[in-house]
Design a protein around this ligand. Structure first.
Ligand SMILES: [Zn+2]
Length: 302
């Protein structure tokens, strides 16, 4: 089954950018325990593989990079990047070649698998190891983690490892809802809401480029931001652009609520966008360029 999907950059641009800038940071500024939640497990898995690619890329992480790590991850043959489900394990003691017989009735990621991971991690690796925990059916369709396929006894066996993993190791959990994963795991993980792909494409495709990492824009470049905003408004109408900006910010806020300062910044800017949207409905109407100018200055200069 092909789980890697390079179009994830377009489906979840703000999340990919978030991880890209964190991983690109000299301190590799992302959590080693990541919980993705939402209805769309396929997109979550594609995002997890993209995170694994960014962590392992020997170059600068470009989407079409041809380094050996990126190629392996695209082909899902990377030795240290694993999609880990209850079915991807054979009991050593049962020693049967009959996969269906062994795995067919297997209900969960068990303690033996947990111990396998712990012993794997005692060996140092040249790669950044990424374990993506989820479930799948016999046909390879991805399914979310829950307390049956990832039971408490297994998470408890791995808790210390999740808390203090060896260097260059990241765990990613895929689930529908945070309440489906044992709370001791959730409390150790950084959580990100992954909205379903259709929502994303419809809701803020116009403003994605403008708002990408806008909070890092230098104050001296406020006029560039303003001009780009004015162009968007002239081409698409003020209400449409401001609504998409709201969608972008709301969606990003759900993803970054662990990052308090960014969350506060988005909350503040969201109010400025709401003000701008209200100003477009005044009678007599307020000048569109003035609205954009005020908004750009509030967002970039604070
Ligand atoms: Zn690469």
């Amino acid at each position: 089954m092909q789980y890697y999907d390079s179009s994830i950059n377009k489906k979840l641009p703000q999340l990919v950018d978030y991880f890209k800038s964190g991983i690109g940071d000299e301190n590799k500024n992302i959590s080693h325990c990541i919980l993705l939640w939402g209805a769309d497990i396929k997109s979550q898995c594609a995002l997890a593989l993209e995170i694994a690619r960014l962590l392992n890329c020997k170059e600068s992480g470009e989407i079409d990079c041809d380094c050996i790590n990126c190629r392996w991850i695209r082909e899902q043959t990377h030795p240290s990047v694993k999609i880990y489900t209850r079915l991807d394990y054979k009991e050593a003691s049962e020693g049967s070649d009959d996969d269906d017989g062994v795995t067919g009735g297997k209900k969960n990621i068990n303690v033996a698998q947990a111990k396998g991971i712990i012993s794997e991690l005692t060996v140092t690796s040249d790669y950044h190891r990424v374990y993506i925990f989820c479930d799948r059916d016999e046909d390879g369709n991805l399914l979310p983690l829950n307390k049956i396929n990832f039971p408490e006894v297994t998470s408890n066996a791995l808790l210390k490892t999740f808390e203090e993993p060896p260097q260059n190791t990241t765990f990613i959990f895929l689930t529908n809802d945070k309440s489906d994963v044992i709370s001791t795991v959730v409390s150790r993980a950084q959580s990100f809401f992954v909205s379903s792909k259709n929502e994303i494409v419809q809701n803020f495709e116009l403003v994605g480029e403008l708002l990408n990492n806008y909070w890092n824009i230098d104050r001296n470049n406020v006029l560039d931001f303003e001009n780009a905003l004015i162009n968007l408004v002239n081409e698409n109408g003020a209400v449409e652009v401001f609504e998409q900006m709201e969608n972008y910010m709301c969606s990003l806020m759900q993803s970054v609520f662990n990052n308090k300062s960014l969350f506060q910044r988005l909350l503040k800017d969201l109010k400025s966008v709401e003000t701008a949207k209200r100003q477009t409905t005044l009678t007599p109407p307020m000048n569109g360029t003035t609205i954009c100018e005020n908004l750009a200055f509030k967002m970039i200069l604070g």
